[in-house]
Design a protein around this ligand. Structure first.
Ligand code: UD1
Length: 422
C-alpha cells in the first residue's frame, strides 16, 4: 500500500489540467448499456472507480477495447442482467446499471449497495421512481431484483433531488413508452452531461439542469446507430475546486484549467467572499497570492448550492484562515471524518451536530494522518502542503478512486511530494 509524504510548507506555480469528471463518467458508462452500438470515449480518467465500472459492464457481457485514454464499449453484446455483489460492493455507483438494464432488457438484478463511510445512503428514491414506471421490485438475498413487461413514462416527484436517482430514472425512461417527467430533479452539471449523452444517441431530453426534466421514451426496435459515436465528458468540477483551494492555501499563483468555472460558482463565490483573488475565464481559474483569507459560513446543498464534495477541502482552508468559520453539512450524515485528522495537524475545529466550528490557526504541524474517504483525503493533502515538516498520509487508495494523477499533478506544480511504498 502506497503513502504520500509532503514536505511543507510549499509554494506552487504553473498550470494544472483537470481530468474528465468521475461523477459524470460513471452514469454515462452506465448509459452505454442502453444503446446497442459502439461508443468511444476520449480520456476517461485513470481511476480505480472507472476501471471497476468498466469491469461491471464487461461482466454483463459488453465488449471493450482500448485503454482509458480511448475506450470503446460495445454494449450490443450484453447478455446478462445481473451485477454481482463481488463487483458492486467495491463501488456504490454500480446501482446506476439498474435503470438502463431494466429499460433495455426488462429485467435487472443488482446487488444492493451497502452504506459507506460518509453515510447510510439508501436507494429508496431510485426504487420508488422505477416502481412508478411499472417495475416490480423485490429485495432478495441482498439483491434488488426489478422486472417489468415494459416500462411506462410516468410523472415522478423526487422526495429529494438525489443525483443518482435522477440519473437512474433518466436512463430508465429512454426505452419506456411515453414521456417521463421528473420533478424536483437534481440539477448538477453531471446530470446535464448525462442528458447531452442521451441526446447524442437519439433521445429527446428537455430541461436537464432545471428542476423538471422530461425524457421522451421511444421503442428500442426503432433504434438506429448514430454516426457520431465519440463522446467527451466534462471536466471534473470537484477536482478543479480542490486545486483552486490548494493555490489559495499555499498563497500561490497557479492556473487550474480545462473545466467550466460556472460549475463551481458556489465555491468561487465563497472563496471571493473570503478575500481570495481569482481570475476567472471560460476554461479555468487563476489563483493569485491572496494572503490570509477571512472566515465565513457555508451550508452544503444540492446544486447550485455549495457542493458537499468540496466541503472537506474548504474546511482545510478555513482552518488556516483568520477568525472563525462554520460549515454545516446537509447532504450526508457522517461527512466530518477529516476533522480528527485535521485537528491532529493543529487545526482548531469543534463538532456540533451537523456543523463544524473552525477557528483559524497561524500554522500547522506535520503529523502522520490517515485517509478515510475520497474528499476527506483531499483535505489532508491540502493541509500537508502548508504544514511545517513531513506529513505522512496513508491509505491513499481513497485518492486513487477519484483524483487522476494527483501525485504527478502536484509534483508538476512544484510541491515537495513523494509517493512511497508504506
Ligand atoms: C452523488 C455523487 C457524490 C456526491 C453526491 C451529492 C456520484 C457517483 N456521486 O452521490 O460524490 O457527494 O451525489 O452531491 O455521482 N438519498 C436517499 N435515498 C435515495 C438516494 C439518496 O435518502 O434513494 C440521500 C442520500 O443518502 C444522501 C442524499 O440523498 O443523504 C444525496 O444523495 P445523492 O444525491 O443520491 O448522492 P449520490 O448520487 O449517491
Amino acid at each position: 500500500m502506497d503513502k504520500l509524504i509532503i514536505n511543507g510548507p510549499n509554494t506552487l506555480s504553473g498550470t494544472v489540467s483537470i481530468s474528465s469528471a468521475k461523477n459524470a463518467c460513471l452514469p454515462i458508462l452506465a448509459a452505454t448499456i442502453l444503446f446497442p452500438q459502439d461508443i468511444t470515449f476520449n480520456k476517461l480518467p485513470n481511476l480505480s472507480d472507472i476501471s471497476f465500472f468498466v469491469q461491471i459492464l464487461e461482466s454483463l457481457g459488453a465488449g471493450t477495447e482500448g485503454d482509458l485514454d480511448k475506450k470503446t464499449i460495445y454494449s450490443a453484446r450484453i447478455d446478462k442482467t445481473t451485477a454481482d455483489y463481488d463487483l458492486v460492493r467495491k463501488m456504490r455507483a454500480s446501482i446506476l446499471v439498474l435503470g438502463p438494464l431494466l429499460s433495455r432488457f426488462k429485467e435487472a438484478k443488482v446487488s444492493l449497495p451497502g452504506g459507506c463511510a460518509i453515510g447510510s445512503r439508501p436507494v429508496d428514491i431510485h426504487l420508488s421512481g422505477l416502481e412508478k414506471m411499472g417495475a416490480e421490485i423485490t429485495i432478495e438475498k441482498g439483491y434488488v431484483h426489478a422486472k417489468t413487461n415494459g416500462l411506462k413514462g410516468a410523472d415522478i416527484s423526487l422526495a429529494f433531488p438525489s443525483v443518482g436517482a435522477t440519473e437512474n430514472l433518466m436512463m430508465a425512461a429512454v426505452w419506456a413508452e411515453g414521456i417521463t417527467t421528473l420533478d424536483n430533479a437534481a440539477r448538477e452539471p453531471e446530470i446535464v452531461d448525462l442528458a447531452n449523452f442521451l441526446i447524442q444517441f437519439g433521445t429527446k431530453v428537455e430541461g436537464a439542469g432545471s428542476k423538471q426534466i422530461k425524457i421522451h421514451g421511444r421503442a428500442l426496435k426503432d433504434y438506429k446507430n448514430v454516426e457520431s459515436n465519440e463522446y467527451q465528458i466534462i471536466g471534473d468540477r470537484i477536482e478543479a475546486a480542490t486545486y483552486v483551494i490548494a493555490g489559495l492555501m499555499t498563497n500561490s499563483d497557479i492556473r487550474v484549467q480545462d473545466f467550466s468555472p460556472q460549475h463551481i460558482s458556489a465555491v468561487l463565490d465563497t472563496l471571493t467572499e473570503m478575500g481570495a483573488k481569482l481570475e476567472i475565464d471560460e476554461n479555468g481559474v487563476r489563483t493569485l497570492p491572496s494572503g490570509k483569507l477571512k472566515g465565513t459560513n457555508i451550508d452544503t446543498a444540492p446544486f447550485p448550492g455549495f457542493p458537499t464534495d468540496a466541503q472537506a477541502q474548504l474546511m482545510a482552508l478555513m482552518g488556516v484562515s483568520e477568525c472563525s468559520s462554520k460549515v454545516s453539512e446537509h447532504i450526508f450524515e457522517n461527512r466530518f471524518m477529516h476533522v480528527p485528522e485535521l485537528v491532529r495537524m493543529g487545526m482548531d475545529i469543534k463538532l456540533d451536530g451537523g456543523s463544524a466550528i473552525i477557528s483559524g490557526v497561524d500554522s500547522l504541524e506535520c503529523a502522520p494522518v490517515m485517509c478515510t474517504d475520497l474528499r476527506a483525503s483531499a483535505a489532508l493533502i491540502l493541509s500537508g502542503l502548508v504544514a511545517e515538516g513531513e506529513t505522512h498520509i496513508s491509505r491513499i487508495y481513497h485518492l486513487d478512486r477519484g483524483y487522476e494523477k494527483l501525485f504527478e499533478k502536484f509534483l508538476a506544480l512544484g510541491a515537495k511530494i513523494q509517493r512511497v511504498k508504506a
